[in-house]
Structure formats: C-alpha cells, structure tokens
Design a protein around this ligand. Sequence first.
Ligand code: IMP
Ligand code: MG
Length: 184
Amino acid sequence: MSKAARNAILEPLINETDLHAGISQLVDRIADDFDGDELYVIGLLRGSFMFTADLVRLLYRRNVRLVIDFMTVASYGAGTESSGRVDMMRDIHIDLAGKPVLLVDDILDTGRTLDFACRHLAAFNPASLKTCVFLDKPSRRVVPFEANYVGFTVPDLFVAGYGLDYDGRYRELPHLSVVAGGEV
Ligand code: IMP
Ligand code: MG
C-alpha cells in the first residue's frame, strides 16, 4: 500500500441505510421507464461492480428482465487526479443492436469516461442508450455530460467505498466515505 493510502483518513459520508434507500428510489424510476422491455445493462469496471450488483438484483425484484455485461475503461492513475485520457481495456461481448441499453458507472466526475463509453456503445446502434451513476460530482465537469439516473450528488471531495477506490483500496466498504489526509 502506498504511503498516501496508508495515511488516509476515511470519514463516512453516506451510510448503508441511506445508500440503499437512494438506490431503491433510483430503481423505481428505472423500472417504471423500462416496463416490459428486456434491458441491456453494461457496468463499467471496476468502480461500478458493487452498485451494478445491487442495481440488477433490485431490478429483478421489479420484474425487469436483464442481459448483463461489463466493460473496462481506464481514466485514472493511482492518485486522485484524472489523467485526461480514456483507454478501452475490455470491450463488451454481446450484441446491442436495436436493444435498450443502460450504462452504469460509479461516479460522473469530469465526464470523460462516460462520454467516451457512450460514444463507444452508440456505435453498436442500440435502440436507446441511457446512463445511470451512483454518484454525480457536477462541480468537476470538463466534458458536458448529464446522466439520466443519478443516485446521489456529492460535493468536490474524493470519495471511496461501495466500489470506488483510493489508490486501489477501500472498494469493499459497504458505505461511502470521504478520503481526507491522503497525499496524491
Ligand atoms: P471521469 O472520467 O472524470 O468522469 O471519472 C470517472 C472515473 O474516475 C470514475 O469511474 C472513477 O473511477 C474515478 N473517480 C472520479 N472521482 C472519484 C472519487 O471521488 N473517488 C474515486 N474514484 C473517482
Ligand atoms: Mg471507475
């Protein structure tokens, strides 16, 4: 573990109860919008793994049938600053042509990742393409981008937990914390 990650202080921001209540409301909206359709859910790895897992289980309970795949893109280095470049690391392996697609990510920050991922998926000619993020940090936007479904809007703080990492750590936290005292 890096010195920065070792010295980081984590302060709870969204506890598990509030987190699940927010996601549940989000799922109600998605389920209403996709009533009757088989929805193609694409999770962006690695940050959205926990959010996607909870989301799809709740959608199942709302009787939304799903096809699930994952895509890995990389936009961040080890610290808290974006590299500004997005690379495709692992593409999807299903056909999206003519299908309703929901792209899921952990956090919408500068907007570069989702902008890149949406352009990539749009090239497969889906019937519709919507985006769902656990968190939105609108103050950090570099590329204009709005997600269709947002769990929580957060201020300009570096957060970790519930899938989001700080220097590869803390993804396993079942709640969301603010990282303080770490160095980049
Ligand atoms: P964007 O391309 O700047 O919108 O960044 C999106 C990606 O940056 C997310 O999928 C996260 O992996 C990472 N990221 C942005 N802000 C945070 C944060 O506060 N904590 C952890 N990861 C973050
Ligand atoms: Mg990510």
